[in-house]
Ligand binder design. Structure first.
Ligand code: PMP
Length: 429
């Protein structure tokens, strides 16, 4: 039994009837999950799956400390943030203490999209300009403004003129190119985009990027990669916005993804793992940026920064600290990369990763192996391991488990990957 039951089929039909066509599902047939504990999920038929995909249940599905904190606060008081409450202040104090660069203030929202939307408005407020730069194959959210940034599906009417996209870093780098040259070439692209925005009369407000390029498939980049681009942004008076919705909270083996590339952000946006599934998101910035924003835009978010949201966020930080999850992500990630490097298959073009944000690029004869990647995801699911796909050609396997995954569980996932790639490689495309 693999969960592909009548129950699944009838729920699928009901979903279309009630929610309309084209609502995406992972997996074919879709999975009907009923329980999650730690790194494990269970479907309606009782089948267990090792979760190697989901980054929202960051400290593990159903973590008792987070559940108790949310339930306890919900029973005591939950109210919007126009009343005074120390919970949100204690949380912001603790959160911002984990970041340097004078990033001492924060605004709480409910989704990564909202956080990025606010960050873009901060860049407008500080600079008085509207021009934005993003990388060309990423995702920053579902609001009108964020959906115009480098999505894979161009907005109706095309990209607006005040948004310029620069190519995300390539990996592997073209043969014979030194890291410094790649960094300088990227910096030149950013500088050209700034010039174009200024020439078009938009001026330059800032650049938004995920510091590990998670939605681009975690390409390998050297630590100084962003330095020339950052210098160009600063020289033009724009803001550097790090979208840490995926890369934050220890995922990449450092508390913040921007530490890895040595980026000095003006604004950091947070989401997904922040409340371990309770919707908490945030924008962390310097007091001068926050003051400009508050001066230019009124902002209120009914569900942002409630006592329950703060309790959820605080409990996640407790667990990250108590269970040493940042160091664990680094150690377990290094182990996982060794295992990925040892996989034997002609389909593997490159393995990549930062902490527990891991990826495996599949190609056949130098061509992105999109179909094979899709089949690999389903074959892994049949073996009880959930992974995903990413990349311009959707040929990159994405492995991104909750942080408490053990080395033995990583070994199990890699053993299954070896079996699956062996089968798919033998069978041909
Ligand atoms: N930024 C990044 C890098 C993301 O991956 C996502 C979601 N995939 C978002 C922002 C949007 O977050 P949300 O879905 O919470 O609005």
């Amino acid at each position: 039994v693999n969960g592909d039951t009548d129950d699944g089929a009838s729920l699928g039909a009901r979903r279309t009837r009630l929610m309309g066509p084209g609502v995406p599902t992972f997996h074919d047939p879709p999975l009907h999950l009923v329980e999650g504990q730690g790194v494990w999920l269970r479907d309606a038929s009782g089948r267990r799956y090792l979760d190697c995909y989901n980054n929202v249940p960051h400290v593990g599905h159903g973590h008792p400390h987070v559940v108790a904190a949310i339930a306890g606060q919900l029973a005591r008081l939950n109210i919007h943030n126009r009343y005074l409450h120390e919970g949100v202040l204690d949380y912001i104090e603790r959160l911002t203490a984990t970041m340097g660069h004078d990033l001492t203030q924060a605004l709480l929202a409910c989704t990564g999209s909202e956080a990025n939307d606010v960050a873009l408005r901060m860049a407008r407020a500080v600079t008085g300009h509207t021009g934005l730069i993003a990388t060309d194959n990423t995702y920053h959210g579902n609001t009108s403004a964020t959906s115009q940034l480098g999505t894979r599906r161009p907005p109706i009417g095309g990209f607006p003129d005040h948004v310029r996209l620069v190519p995300a870093p390539e990996s592997p780098a073209p043969a014979g190119t030194a890291p410094k040259e790649l960094a300088e070439a990227f910096g030149r692209q950013v500088a050209r985009a700034i010039d174009a925005l200024e020439a078009a009369g938009h001026g330059f407000a800032g650049m938004i990027l995920c510091p590990v390029f998670a939605n681009e498939g975690v390409p390998r980049v050297a630590p100084g990669f962003f330095a020339p681009a950052q210098a160009a942004i600063r020289a033009a008076g724009g803001l550097v916005i790090c979208d840490e919705v995926q890369s934050g909270f220890g995922r990449c083996g450092t508390m913040w993804g921007h530490e890895r590339l040595g980026i000095v952000p003006d604004v950091v946006t947070l989401g997904k793992p922040m409340g371990n599934g309770y919707p908490v998101a945030g924008v962390v910035t310097r007091p001068d940026v926050m003051a400009a924003f508050r001066g230019a835009f009124g902002y209120f978010n009914t569900f942002g920064g409630t006592p329950v949201a703060a309790a959820a966020g605080m409990a996640v930080l407790d667990v990250i600290e108590r269970e040493g999850l940042v160091a664990h992500a680094a150690r377990a990630g290094a182990h996982a990369r060794e295992r990925l490097a040892a996989l034997r298959s002609p389909l593997i073009a490159e393995h990549r990763g930062a902490g527990l944000m891991l990826a495996l690029v599949l190609e056949r004869n130098g061509v992105p192996a999109t179909d094979i990647a899709q089949r690999a995801v389903e074959a892994m699911r049949r073996r009880g391991v959930l992974i995903g796909r990413i990349g311009r050609e959707m040929n990159i396997l994405k492995i991104r488990p909750p942080l408490p995954i053990t080395l033995a569980e990583i070994d199990f996932a890699c053993d299954m990957l070896q079996e699956v790639l062996g089968e798919l490689g033998d069978r041909g495309a």
